[in-house]
Ligand binder design. Structure first.
Ligand SMILES: *Cc1c(COP(=O)(O)O)cnc(C)c1O
Length: 217
Protein backbone atom coordinates (compact mmCIF):
# COMPACT_ATOMS: atom_id res chain seq x y z
CA UNK A 1 0.00 0.00 0.00
CA UNK A 2 1.11 3.53 -0.70
CA UNK A 3 2.79 5.25 -3.61
CA UNK A 4 6.27 3.80 -3.16
CA UNK A 5 4.98 0.26 -2.93
CA UNK A 6 2.74 0.65 -5.99
CA UNK A 7 5.54 2.24 -8.05
CA UNK A 8 7.68 -0.70 -7.10
CA UNK A 9 5.06 -3.22 -8.12
CA UNK A 10 4.49 -1.41 -11.43
CA UNK A 11 8.23 -1.60 -12.16
CA UNK A 12 8.34 -5.30 -11.28
CA UNK A 13 5.30 -6.04 -13.45
CA UNK A 14 6.89 -4.16 -16.35
CA UNK A 15 10.04 -6.24 -16.01
CA UNK A 16 8.10 -9.51 -15.67
CA UNK A 17 6.17 -8.71 -18.85
CA UNK A 18 9.32 -7.78 -20.75
CA UNK A 19 8.16 -4.20 -21.00
CA UNK A 20 10.52 -1.22 -20.95
CA UNK A 21 10.93 0.51 -17.58
CA UNK A 22 8.60 3.49 -17.44
CA UNK A 23 6.43 2.24 -20.30
CA UNK A 24 3.40 2.12 -18.02
CA UNK A 25 1.98 5.39 -16.76
CA UNK A 26 0.69 5.21 -13.19
CA UNK A 27 -2.43 7.35 -12.78
CA UNK A 28 -3.11 7.99 -9.09
CA UNK A 29 -6.90 8.09 -8.82
CA UNK A 30 -7.63 10.80 -6.25
CA UNK A 31 -11.44 11.00 -6.47
CA UNK A 32 -13.17 11.41 -3.10
CA UNK A 33 -9.85 11.31 -1.21
CA UNK A 34 -9.17 13.94 1.48
CA UNK A 35 -6.95 16.75 0.23
CA UNK A 36 -4.22 15.93 2.78
CA UNK A 37 -3.78 12.49 1.22
CA UNK A 38 -3.57 13.96 -2.27
CA UNK A 39 -1.10 16.58 -1.10
CA UNK A 40 1.08 13.91 0.52
CA UNK A 41 1.32 12.07 -2.80
CA UNK A 42 2.16 15.34 -4.60
CA UNK A 43 4.88 15.99 -1.98
CA UNK A 44 6.32 12.55 -2.78
CA UNK A 45 6.76 13.78 -6.35
CA UNK A 46 3.89 12.09 -8.14
CA UNK A 47 2.34 14.24 -10.87
CA UNK A 48 -0.26 12.20 -12.77
CA UNK A 49 -3.73 11.90 -11.27
CA UNK A 50 -7.16 10.63 -12.22
CA UNK A 51 -10.60 12.00 -11.39
CA UNK A 52 -14.01 10.71 -12.41
CA UNK A 53 -16.09 13.90 -12.05
CA UNK A 54 -15.52 17.23 -13.76
CA UNK A 55 -16.97 19.34 -10.92
CA UNK A 56 -14.98 17.60 -8.22
CA UNK A 57 -11.77 17.95 -10.21
CA UNK A 58 -12.40 21.65 -10.89
CA UNK A 59 -12.81 22.24 -7.18
CA UNK A 60 -9.54 20.57 -6.30
CA UNK A 61 -6.92 20.78 -9.02
CA UNK A 62 -6.46 24.42 -10.07
CA UNK A 63 -5.10 25.27 -6.59
CA UNK A 64 -2.78 22.23 -6.54
CA UNK A 65 -1.61 23.08 -10.07
CA UNK A 66 -0.57 26.53 -8.88
CA UNK A 67 1.49 25.05 -6.08
CA UNK A 68 3.00 22.03 -7.83
CA UNK A 69 4.73 22.12 -11.18
CA UNK A 70 3.96 19.68 -13.98
CA UNK A 71 0.72 18.18 -12.70
CA UNK A 72 -1.57 16.46 -15.17
CA UNK A 73 -5.04 15.17 -14.41
CA UNK A 74 -6.87 12.54 -16.46
CA UNK A 75 -10.65 12.26 -16.64
CA UNK A 76 -11.59 8.61 -16.14
CA UNK A 77 -15.35 8.98 -15.55
CA UNK A 78 -18.31 9.66 -17.87
CA UNK A 79 -18.42 13.07 -19.57
CA UNK A 80 -21.63 14.97 -20.39
CA UNK A 81 -21.39 17.05 -23.54
CA UNK A 82 -22.35 20.21 -21.64
CA UNK A 83 -19.23 19.80 -19.50
CA UNK A 84 -16.92 19.04 -22.43
CA UNK A 85 -15.48 22.55 -22.62
CA UNK A 86 -14.59 22.62 -18.92
CA UNK A 87 -13.12 19.14 -19.21
CA UNK A 88 -10.93 20.10 -22.15
CA UNK A 89 -9.59 23.08 -20.22
CA UNK A 90 -8.58 21.07 -17.16
CA UNK A 91 -7.68 17.53 -18.20
CA UNK A 92 -4.67 16.40 -20.18
CA UNK A 93 -6.42 13.17 -21.15
CA UNK A 94 -10.01 11.92 -21.36
CA UNK A 95 -10.43 8.14 -21.02
CA UNK A 96 -14.21 8.02 -21.41
CA UNK A 97 -15.08 8.95 -25.00
CA UNK A 98 -18.03 6.64 -25.58
CA UNK A 99 -20.48 8.05 -28.13
CA UNK A 100 -20.61 9.96 -31.42
CA UNK A 101 -22.25 13.07 -29.98
CA UNK A 102 -19.45 13.50 -27.43
CA UNK A 103 -16.78 12.95 -30.09
CA UNK A 104 -18.43 15.55 -32.34
CA UNK A 105 -18.56 18.07 -29.49
CA UNK A 106 -14.89 17.47 -28.63
CA UNK A 107 -13.98 17.90 -32.30
CA UNK A 108 -15.84 21.19 -32.56
CA UNK A 109 -14.17 22.53 -29.39
CA UNK A 110 -10.77 21.30 -30.56
CA UNK A 111 -11.22 23.23 -33.81
CA UNK A 112 -12.26 26.31 -31.90
CA UNK A 113 -9.46 26.27 -29.31
CA UNK A 114 -6.71 24.62 -31.34
CA UNK A 115 -6.04 22.10 -28.54
CA UNK A 116 -7.35 18.76 -27.39
CA UNK A 117 -6.47 16.35 -24.57
CA UNK A 118 -5.30 12.84 -25.44
CA UNK A 119 -8.37 10.71 -25.98
CA UNK A 120 -9.24 7.12 -25.11
CA UNK A 121 -12.41 5.38 -26.20
CA UNK A 122 -14.16 3.51 -23.41
CA UNK A 123 -15.38 0.08 -24.47
CA UNK A 124 -18.07 -1.69 -22.48
CA UNK A 125 -16.38 -5.08 -22.83
CA UNK A 126 -18.81 -6.78 -20.44
CA UNK A 127 -21.81 -5.35 -22.32
CA UNK A 128 -23.24 -4.25 -18.99
CA UNK A 129 -26.40 -2.19 -19.21
CA UNK A 130 -25.51 0.25 -16.42
CA UNK A 131 -21.97 0.82 -17.63
CA UNK A 132 -20.74 3.49 -20.01
CA UNK A 133 -18.76 2.63 -23.11
CA UNK A 134 -19.26 1.69 -26.72
CA UNK A 135 -20.19 -1.96 -27.28
CA UNK A 136 -17.38 -4.19 -28.60
CA UNK A 137 -19.31 -4.82 -31.83
CA UNK A 138 -19.52 -1.10 -32.53
CA UNK A 139 -15.96 -0.24 -31.53
CA UNK A 140 -14.26 -0.47 -34.95
CA UNK A 141 -16.79 1.87 -36.57
CA UNK A 142 -16.61 4.33 -33.69
CA UNK A 143 -12.80 4.34 -33.76
CA UNK A 144 -12.95 5.19 -37.47
CA UNK A 145 -15.47 7.93 -36.76
CA UNK A 146 -13.29 9.52 -34.05
CA UNK A 147 -10.27 9.39 -36.36
CA UNK A 148 -12.23 10.98 -39.18
CA UNK A 149 -12.95 13.90 -36.83
CA UNK A 150 -9.18 14.46 -36.63
CA UNK A 151 -9.12 13.93 -32.86
CA UNK A 152 -5.96 12.78 -31.00
CA UNK A 153 -7.06 9.21 -30.31
CA UNK A 154 -4.44 7.38 -28.20
CA UNK A 155 -6.13 4.17 -27.23
CA UNK A 156 -8.91 2.28 -25.50
CA UNK A 157 -10.13 1.97 -21.93
CA UNK A 158 -12.32 -0.57 -20.14
CA UNK A 159 -13.62 -1.34 -16.67
CA UNK A 160 -14.24 -5.11 -16.41
CA UNK A 161 -17.40 -6.35 -14.66
CA UNK A 162 -16.69 -6.81 -10.94
CA UNK A 163 -17.61 -10.48 -10.92
CA UNK A 164 -15.65 -11.61 -13.96
CA UNK A 165 -12.01 -12.46 -14.65
CA UNK A 166 -10.46 -9.15 -15.70
CA UNK A 167 -7.90 -10.75 -18.01
CA UNK A 168 -10.61 -11.85 -20.47
CA UNK A 169 -11.67 -8.21 -20.78
CA UNK A 170 -8.09 -6.94 -21.02
CA UNK A 171 -7.46 -9.44 -23.81
CA UNK A 172 -10.60 -8.44 -25.71
CA UNK A 173 -9.73 -4.75 -25.43
CA UNK A 174 -6.16 -5.45 -26.55
CA UNK A 175 -7.45 -7.29 -29.60
CA UNK A 176 -9.70 -4.40 -30.63
CA UNK A 177 -6.81 -1.96 -30.12
CA UNK A 178 -4.33 -4.07 -32.10
CA UNK A 179 -6.56 -4.54 -35.12
CA UNK A 180 -7.13 -0.78 -35.19
CA UNK A 181 -3.47 0.14 -34.76
CA UNK A 182 -3.96 1.76 -31.36
CA UNK A 183 -1.17 1.57 -28.78
CA UNK A 184 -2.79 2.98 -25.67
CA UNK A 185 -4.50 0.63 -23.24
CA UNK A 186 -6.00 2.16 -20.11
CA UNK A 187 -6.64 -0.94 -18.03
CA UNK A 188 -6.00 -2.10 -14.49
CA UNK A 189 -7.02 -0.78 -11.08
CA UNK A 190 -5.88 -1.47 -7.50
CA UNK A 191 -6.88 -5.12 -7.57
CA UNK A 192 -5.56 -6.09 -11.01
CA UNK A 193 -3.00 -3.60 -12.32
CA UNK A 194 -0.17 -6.14 -12.45
CA UNK A 195 -2.28 -8.45 -14.58
CA UNK A 196 -3.21 -5.48 -16.77
CA UNK A 197 0.47 -4.71 -17.33
CA UNK A 198 1.01 -8.30 -18.45
CA UNK A 199 -1.81 -7.69 -20.96
CA UNK A 200 -0.19 -4.55 -22.37
CA UNK A 201 -1.51 -1.72 -20.20
CA UNK A 202 0.06 1.63 -21.04
CA UNK A 203 -1.95 3.39 -18.33
CA UNK A 204 -3.04 1.89 -15.01
CA UNK A 205 -5.60 3.70 -12.84
CA UNK A 206 -4.84 2.99 -9.20
CA UNK A 207 -6.77 4.66 -6.38
CA UNK A 208 -7.28 2.91 -3.06
CA UNK A 209 -4.00 0.98 -3.16
CA UNK A 210 -2.16 4.33 -3.19
CA UNK A 211 -4.38 6.54 -1.04
CA UNK A 212 -6.29 4.09 1.15
CA UNK A 213 -9.98 3.26 0.99
CA UNK A 214 -12.38 5.94 -0.20
CA UNK A 215 -14.86 7.16 2.41
CA UNK A 216 -18.12 8.01 0.64
CA UNK A 217 -19.88 8.70 3.95
C1 LIG B 1 -12.22 4.79 -9.04
C2 LIG B 1 -11.70 4.32 -10.33
C3 LIG B 1 -10.46 3.65 -10.40
C4 LIG B 1 -9.61 3.32 -9.19
O1 LIG B 1 -10.17 2.31 -8.43
P1 LIG B 1 -9.34 1.59 -7.24
O2 LIG B 1 -10.01 0.30 -7.08
O3 LIG B 1 -9.47 2.49 -6.06
O4 LIG B 1 -7.94 1.48 -7.69
C5 LIG B 1 -10.02 3.25 -11.65
N1 LIG B 1 -10.74 3.50 -12.78
C6 LIG B 1 -11.92 4.14 -12.74
C7 LIG B 1 -12.65 4.38 -14.00
C8 LIG B 1 -12.43 4.57 -11.52
O5 LIG B 1 -13.62 5.21 -11.50
Amino acid sequence: MGLTDIRDRVAKAEAAAGRAPGSVQLIAVSKVQPLERVEAVLEQGHRVFGENKVQEARGKWPAFMERFEGVSVHLIGPLQTNKARQAMELFSAIHSVDRPKLAQTLARLAQETGACPDLFIQVNTGEEEQKAGILPGEADAFIAEVRALDLPLKGLMCIPPVDETPSLHFALLGKIAARNGLEGLSIGMSSDFEEAIAFGATHVRVGSAIFGERDYG
